[in-house]
Design a protein around this ligand. Structure first.
Ligand code: SAM
Length: 290
């Protein structure tokens, strides 16, 4: 089977029609039809023959081809059965050489099993909008990090990923990303770069693994407490934590034990303070259950 012209909506459309397939909005299917942009994204991934890449959502393989042309190894995660069958066919020669592998199904459910086999050094995805933030957060929470990741996400998600304390987009997700990676914007991709054209603008970001990755007792609890601390940005940490525990005294005790001013807002806290607060809070909850 020969793949369609990845830059031609006409060719993509005809290919799908001939196979009795259609683009599915619920899976955030928008193909990047700009070769220059594809090259730029994979250039930024900085790969060679010794690189191992995970790609989420290959679609019909436009990005996968770019990765394979650089002689890297790639494992793709694809939920759409039709697309999965197509890429497996297009790249069967690479599969025989051990350079290409397909994991069919929902990546949110399949990636952990793959991670038990091998954690690659690179992560790539023109990510489906509905799962982009979740997959990034899930992997950080599981402490699975890549040397480098390049992801294309909705512009607003990218803004949150790159935001610094004091920025209007600074959120719990910004802290989570900054815990694990240095995140920088790479390129903006307006709707016209995709087929079908999405209603939103996209931005690619490059994530470079942080050398210093301070651990905490429970990354899961850290994520939960971050969400609550940033749930009402104008509220103090004490007020947000009171809502989290449903108990003002407890919020005060924990903040006191963590050495944090209860009147401060979450965005003023450093990463180390937030991790420490999470640990104090987690120990308090565990003690409570003992
Ligand atoms: N890589 C192609 C490109 O850049 O042109 C397609 C990207 S498209 C934005 C997103 C892809 O992710 C689609 O192929 C879609 O079927 C796939 N996808 C959506 N949800 C998924 C999920 N939960 N698990 C795995 N793949 C998913």
């Amino acid at each position: 089977m020969i793949h369609p012209d990845y830059d031609s909506p006409g060719s993509l459309k005809t290919f799908l029609e001939e196979k009795g397939m259609a683009m599915q909005k619920k899976f955030g299917q928008n193909f990047l039809i700009n070769r220059q942009a594809r090259v730029k994204l994979i250039d930024a991934l900085d790969i060679n023959s010794s690189s191992f890449v995970w790609e989420v959502g290959p679609g019909l393989g436009a990005m996968t081809e770019e990765i394979l042309q650089r002689d890297a190894h790639v494992t793709v995660f694809e939920i759409d059965r039709g697309f999965a069958a197509c890429v497996s066919n297009f790249f069967s020669d690479y599969e025989k050489q051990g350079k290409f592998a397909l994991v069919p199904g929902d990546v949110l459910k399949t990636w952990k099993e793959e991670a038990e086999k091998k954690i690659p050094d690179r992560f790539f995805g023109n990510l489906p909008y509905n799962i982009a933030a979740t997959i990034i957060a899930d992997m950080i929470e599981a402490e699975v990090r890549f040397e480098k990741a390049v992801v294309t996400v909705q512009k607003e998600v990218a803004q949150r990923m790159c935001a610094k304390p004091g920025d209007k987009d600074y959120s719990s997700f910004s802290v989570l990303c900054a815990w694990a990676y240095d995140v920088k914007p790479l390129i903006d991709l307006g709707g016209g770069n995709f087929w079908p054209r999405p209603n939103v603008d996209s931005r690619a970001v490059i994530m470079t693994k942080k050398e210093v990755f301070p651990r905490c007792k429970s990354p899961e609890h850290f994520q939960k407490i971050l969400r609550s601390l940033f749930s009402s940005r104008r509220k103090t940490v004490k007020n947000n934590l009171t809502a989290f525990y449903n108990d003002g005294n407890r919020a005060e005790t924990i903040l006191d034990a963590a050495g944090i001013d209860p009147q401060i807002r979450a965005e003023k806290l450093s990463l180390e303070q937030l991790l420490h607060l999470s640990d104090v809070s987690y120990s308090n909850i565990i003690e409570d259950h003992e």
